[in-house]
Design a protein around this ligand. Structure first.
Ligand code: FES
Length: 78
């Protein structure tokens, strides 16, 4: 599986101790759906039933938005 998300930022964000969770760890979003980017907010739970080989798009890049299949992941060499 894969998903298409829109990023508009043009630079980095600096994280500090205030970004740490109760366990002292900082969780960085890798799914692209967090409303608290770059931090994980649990939105990745919407992706758990995505199927390998399919590309998805969530309306407004929102985990609660309509999810559409927009393509397939190309095999290497294609
Ligand atoms: S990894 Fe994206 S919200 Fe958790």
């Amino acid at each position: 599986m894969a998903r298409e998300v829109t990023h508009e930022e043009r630079g980095p964000v600096k994280l500090d101790e205030s970004d740490m969770g109760d366990d002292g760890m900082i969780y960085v979003c890798q799914c692209g759906l967090s409303d608290s980017e770059p931090l994980c907010d649990g939105s990745h739970n919407a992706t758990t039933d995505e199927v390998d080989g399919v590309v998805y798009k969530y309306a407004n890049d929102d985990a609660d938005g309509e999810r559409r299949q927009i393509g397939e992941v190309a095999d290497e060499g294609e």
